[in-house]
Design a protein around this ligand. Structure first.
Ligand code: P6P
Length: 336
């Protein structure tokens, strides 16, 4: 482990390498502080009185936990003052959050999922915060439409995983690095300097409760994995499903695998294109996967190439080890 390489120093060096002037590092320092505050709240849980339902739904129609709302407020409060943001948008807010008159506006837009996997919070399961940063190309105040940029436009993407350890994982377009929260100094230190997804895998992540609704390409892929050594794959597979995209993606970045939240017949009947959201789940995780040598796809299109049409647009998600994603793409394209 490179001694003394803190998150702040890493971001400053990476931004300088990309020709930046330090503004992005100023913003990421604030994201670091937000995630450290959230790590403490998640860790203290019931002792901090933050568990349980909030008694209301978000724009997605999902039951909000108290910590969903608290995390959203902490993230805004920790970053809006930096002078680096034009606006913020989150899973928990119907529309964007403009930077108000008291704070200087900046040239970045940030979308975030303040507490991904929050249904795990009351049972002490893995949760996380996901963030994605793009440039504000407009003049004056930002609008919802300014956020509608493809994943290729991201200047930075990352997450903070709250699990047995709290870890920050980030890319500024030059590979993926992981930092572990060292509580003895109260900061994230570099522990995984260059995260890389193995091309081959023997582990898949999908919610198998919905198997009857899957479309043929996904059914074929999963059935072949389940047949293991006796089937066409000729090797055994394992399954994991964390109930938190951050938890599953982190495991895949560490040891390979493929994560699927595909389009299914239920969604088609409801007229939706998936469960996971493009701007603050699929795009940031997709950038991290590609930067780590993996792939992120819908089965028919690379996720990072999608031109968004709404803040809360949902997309099918297949991401992880390149050989597995390529096989799923082939099944989708040959059956479409
Ligand atoms: P299900 C969490 O709500 C989330 O958005 C992702 O983090 C996670 O992968 C997925 O939904 C879990 O969905 O249908 O298994 O509860």
């Amino acid at each position: 482990m490179q001694k003394g390489m803190t998150f702040a120093r890493f971001c400053a060096e990476q931004e300088a390498l990309a020709g930046g002037n330090g503004d992005l590092t100023t913003l990421l320092d604030a994201v670091n502080a937000a995630c450290r505050r959230l790590s403490d709240l998640v860790r203290r849980g019931e002792m901090a009185g933050v568990l349980g339902a909030a008694g209301q739904e978000n724009v997605q129609g999902e039951e909000q936990k108290k910590l969903d709302i608290i995390a959203n407020d902490v993230f805004i409060e920790s970053t809006e003052w930096t002078g680096q943001l034009a606006a913020l948008a989150s899973e928990e807010m119907d529309n964007h959050y403009p930077i108000s008159g008291q704070f200087k506006r900046g040239k970045f837009l940030m979308t975030f999922d303040p507490l991904d996997g929050s249904s795990n919070i009351d049972v002490n399961g893995a949760t996380g915060t996901i963030f994605s940063i793009t440039r504000f190309e407009g003049e004056g105040t930002a609008s919802d439409d300014d956020f509608l940029q493809s994943g290729r436009q991201q200047v930075c993407a990352g997450y903070c995983l709250y699990s047995s350890a709290s870890m920050m994982v980030i890319t500024l377009g030059n590979g993926v690095a992981g930092f572990t929260l060292d509580n003895s100094i109260g900061d994230f230190v570099l522990t995984h300097p260059s995260m890389s997804v193995p091309a081959a895998a023997n582990e898949f992540a999908i919610n198998a409760a919905y198997s009857e609704h899957w479309q043929a390409p996904v059914k074929q892929y999963i059935n072949e994995c389940v047949l293991g050594s006796d089937g066409v794959r000729g090797k055994a597979f394992n399954m994991r499903w964390a109930g938190s995209m951050v938890g599953d993606v982190h495991r895949i970045l560490c040891r390979g695998g493929v994560f699927l939240y595909p389009l299914d017949e239920r969604m088609i009947a409801k007229g939706t294109a998936g469960k996971l959201r493009l701007l603050y789940e699929a795009n940031p995780m997709g950038m991290l996967m590609e930067q780590a040598g993996g792939l992120a796809h819908t089965g028919l299109q690379n996720i990072l190439d999608i031109q968004p049409d709404g803040l809360h647009q949902r997309v099918p998600v297949i991401m992880g080890s390149s050989e597995e994603v390529e096989r799923l793409i082939e099944y989708h394209q040959s059956q479409s």
